[in-house]
Design a protein around this ligand. Structure first.
Ligand SMILES: Nc1nc2c(c(=O)[nH]1)N[C@H]1C(S)=C(S)[C@@H](COP(=O)(O)OP(=O)(O)OC[C@H]3O[C@@H](n4cnc5c(N)ncnc54)[C@H](O)[C@@H]3O)O[C@H]1N2
Ligand code: MOO
Length: 398
């Protein structure tokens, strides 16, 4: 039986997902969250004609080298001048303060000299320095569109519109279950045939970076009972299992989930690494993503499947995150499966993204994963590629 492609598998997975309900999120907590309702402007910004500089407000007709004006008050940021500015008059004004009525011009303070209540304009005085009402945005503008992932600058825009809370997809709770008799938590004593659990901390961090809440479950032994017990005791929207996905005698995760009524919707994908990855839904529609145990396989599958799952659950439209990069080293022809090579991506001197694949692509190598910040995608049967050739790249990530 031929395995589905990554695209086909992802389509099956996304089709099985209903976004979680939205929730109101305080703006201070909203960085990295998915916005699910537009943010509209409720007023103009700036809400009044404002001075762009510290200086003096006056009428244009009074701006002339050597002119002498009478100082009649002040317009400070947050506290404007209540009266009108007439001919021959001026008002001290700060950056961001409302332009008083009657005035239509600001002279910067470097171009004038104050003596008591008199202001003398220098020859260098020029017109301008006013930010017009609504030059940034106007009432009813759509400032932020539903579907984006919020960043600090977009939060500044929402705050400028006075939004204290934003409508975001609820954070999915992701239970992470590593399986295997060989696994020991870092910091615990370890036997000669055992290894430290590297996958679960990596997946927990990955999950948190995708605006979801990870819950680390204690690793389960390679028995149906242990896995069933761990899953039934946990609360989650998504269960991510690590290991036990393949065909060995001790690979018990799928059988255990099947006995809980799970429907396996994807069972293996034509990709390297990560071929044994699987996806299922529980009878109550909660999701299960089964990652292969090798660290690179687990993380590549997390990038390709878990990231879109978490985005979709939070109401986002899932888009390709690949871009074009240029090889610094040649690549051999690819085999029959999609290949995701661990690589280092850096901007080149010409501004183009340069990518260097690591020579050893064994999926068990944590050192290579830790040195990589990108994946190069090679299509099935892609022919050999010279240094300088364009390739498809996911990343760079931090
Ligand atoms: N006869 C076959 N054997 C294997 C196949 C196959 O098609 N036929 N597929 C291989 C591929 S590809 C992969 S990937 C692995 C995946 O196997 P499992 O998901 O069953 O993973 P395990 O056997 O449990 O572990 C594989 C490897 O990774 C280590 N591991 C597991 N969990 C962790 C963890 N949390 N932290 C660190 N390391 C972990 C584990 O000790 C193994 O060394 O199967 C191949 N076999
Ligand atoms: O493809 Mo496995 O996922 O090679 O390590």
């Amino acid at each position: 039986m031929s395995l589905p492609t990554v695209e086909d598998a992802l389509a099956i997975i996304l089709d099985a997902i209903q976004p979680l309900p939205f929730e109101m999120v305080a703006i201070s907590e909203a960085d990295g969250r998915w916005l699910t309702a537009d943010v509209l402007a409720t007023r103009d910004q700036p809400p009044f004609d404002a001075s762009a500089m510290d200086g003096w407000a006056m009428q244009t007709a009074d701006v002339a080298p050597g002119a002498v004006l009478t100082i009649v008050g002040e317009s400070a940021a947050g506290r404007g001048f209540a009266d009108s500015v007439g001919r021959g008059q001026t008002v001290r004004i700060s950056t961001g303060a409302p332009l008083p009525s009657g005035a239509d011009h600001v002279v910067i303070q470097e171009d004038a000299e104050r003596q008591a209540d008199r202001l003398f304009l220098r020859g260098s005085a020029t017109a301008g320095h006013i930010r017009r009402q609504g030059c940034d945005f106007v009432k009813h503008d759509r400032l932020l569109a539903a579907g984006i992932r919020l960043n600090p600058w977009q939060l500044a825009l929402a705050a400028s519109a006075g939004a204290a809370t934003l409508t975001c997809g609820r954070k999915p709770v992701v239970a992470i279950l590593a399986t295997g008799d060989e696994l020991v938590e870092p910091g615990q004593s370890i036997g000669p045939d055992q290894i430290f659990n590297a996958g679960a901390p990596a997946l927990a961090a990955f999950t948190a970076r995708h605006a979801a809440t990870p819950i680390r479950l204690a690793s389960a032994a390679d028995t149906d009972d242990a896995i069933i017990k761990a899953v039934t005791a946990a609360t989650f929207d998504v269960l991510v299992t690590i290991g036990g996905a393949s065909v060995g005698d001790h690979d018990r995760v799928k059988p255990a989930l099947r006995s809980l009524g799970a429907t396996i919707r994807v069972e293996g994908v034509a990709m390297r690494p990560g071929k044994p990855v699987w996806f299922a839904t529980l009878p109550d529609c909660r999701l299960v993503l089964g990652l292969p145990g090798n660290p690179a396989s687990a993380l590549v599958c997390a990038e390709l499947f878990l990231a879109p799952i978490l985005a979709r659950l939070q109401g986002a439209t899932v888009e390709s995150r690949f871009q074009t990069g240029f090889l610094t080293a040649p690549l051999a022809a690819n085999g029959p499966r999609d290949h995701y090579l661990r690589a280092r991506a850096t901007p080149g001197p010409d501004g183009r993204l340069q990518v260097t694949p690591f020579p050893d692509q064994d999926s068990s190598l944590v050192t290579v994963m830790a040195a990589a910040n990108a994946l190069i995608r090679r299509q099935p049967h892609a022919s050999s590629a010279e240094a300088g050739a364009a390739v498809s790249v996911l990343g760079p990530t931090l």
